[in-house]
Design a protein around this ligand. Structure first.
Ligand code: ADP
Ligand code: MG
Length: 386
């Protein structure tokens, strides 16, 4: 953490030629369970990870906003009076989209000063760990502070989502920003995507001698926008045909009727969402009663459901999951939107290196690209660093 904070301050100084007035950071997240349930207004259980995006900010005495990132060569500059989500593109749509979204949610942007922002991060991009929510949440918290807007964290999560939906143009739910803003150390965020109520849930991983291993296939999910939109459309179709507003209104008891009334593909999409919601509830209950060692079967079942019913897995994700399971993992599943990205495995510390070596070996044997495997811990949410 120290390194990246210093790098952010250095980057700010080198880019803008003065000292930032503060540093804010927000974590990426991994979703423990509850996939493609968010936009169906169901349940998710993500946690904030110990990889963060750091934002250094200085206020200006004019109305100009400039954003720079260690990921990009250019400094993007805009007049705050001319912020238009449709006109934003590239990476700068994330931070500048947040500035716009704060205004769209009620902040008086005509009354605020301009700013300079420099962004540094150790959240891997496009690996399903939500580097996008990390940058949105860090910027949202920073601007909320320096502009003294008084939004609370659930409101800031909605600001980040609005920026991603309107300025970036990605039709994503509220999960990522909620995890990044509300996460707590050693805990997950149990989020009801209909009421937007959230509850902190103790994970107890360290006490149980467990870690969460990220197995990043290195395959970007970026080209999968079509698949994501198609799954959303299937869910909407299923809900409409079954006469409910969203799939959240269905339980496992409704599945026989769903099978009778829907075509096979739509039925399987619906079955994934309905059973996944139940698995999130079961995971929260199991964590409380039996601790993290008791959730392995739920993780495994979640993966099967995404592979066979929702059909968003790929061969590399299946191999990572199966190899982890065969080498002692307590449970494993792909995580994130699918079609690439990463899988997670819940692993006892003593089995960690065996699992990692086995995954490297299995990928080499299949002629797949070298996967990146690393441990994440459940970390605190967005914060002001100084
Ligand atoms: P992820 O799964 O990592 O959230 P997304 O495609 O949703 O993948 O978001 C990644 C995009 O977010 C990047 O392509 C970039 O435009 C933007 N982004 C994330 N982190 C940074 C950063 N530190 N600096 C600049 N842009 C970033
Ligand atoms: Mg993202």
């Amino acid at each position: 953490m120290t390194d990246i904070r210093d790098e952010t301050t250095d980057g700010f100084r080198a880019t803008f030629g003065y000292e930032p007035s503060g540093l804010w950071s927000a974590p990426g997240r991994v979703n423990l369970i509850g996939e493609h349930t968010d936009y169906n207004l169901g349940f998710v259980l993500p946690f904030a990870i110990d990889r963060r995006t750091v934002v250094a900010l200085g206020l200006r005495d004019d109305r100009i906003a400039r954003v720079a990132s260690s990921f990009a060569d250019e400094v993007v500059e805009i007049d705050l009076s001319r912020l238009d989500p449709a006109a934003l593109d590239g990476w700068a749509a994330y931070p500048l989209g947040v500035a716009w979204a704060l205004g769209a949610r009620g902040a008086d942007l005509a009354a605020v000063p301009g700013f300079d922002i420099f962004v540094e991060s150790d959240v891997p991009v496009g690996a399903g760990l939500s580097s996008s929510a990390a940058i949105e949440s860090a910027v949202a918290l920073a601007l909320n502070d320096v502009w003294q807007l008084g939004f609370d964290r659930p409101q800031l999560a909605r600001v980040g989502q609005l920026a991603e939906n309107e300025a970036v143009g990605a039709p994503t739910g509220i999960m990522d920003q909620s995890a990044s803003l509300l996460g707590e150390k050693d805990c997950a965020v149990f989020l009801d995507c209909r009421s937007l109520e959230s509850r902190i849930v103790e994970l107890g991983l360290a006490d149980a001698g467990l870690v969460v291993l990220i197995m990043d296939t290195g395959i970007s999910h970026e080209h999968a926008t079509g698949g994501y939109a198609e799954r959303r459309a299937s869910c909407e179709l299923g809900a409409r045909m079954l006469g409910v507003d969203s799939l959240r209104d269905l339980g496992v008891d409704d599945l026989p009727r769903a099978r009778a009334e829907l075509d096979d593909v739509t039925f399987r999409r619906v079955r994934h969402v309905v059973t996944e919601n139940q698995r999130v509830l079961d995971t929260v209950a199991a964590l409380a009663s039996g601790g993290p060692r008791s959730i392995g079967d739920l993780l495994d079942a979640s993966h099967r459901s995404m592979r066979d019913d929702f059909e968003i897995s790929i061969a590399e994700l299946d191999l990572a999951v199966e190899t982890a399971q065969a080498n002692g993992a307590i449970g494993a599943r792909m995580t994130g939107g699918g079609f690439g990205g990463a899988a997670i495995a819940l692993v006892a510390t003593e089995d960690l290196s065996r699992v990692q070596v086995a995954i490297d070996g299995a990928f080499a044997e299949h002629g797949y690209g070298v996967p990146d495997t690393f441990v994440v811990t459940a970390a605190h949410g967005a914060s002001r660093e100084y």
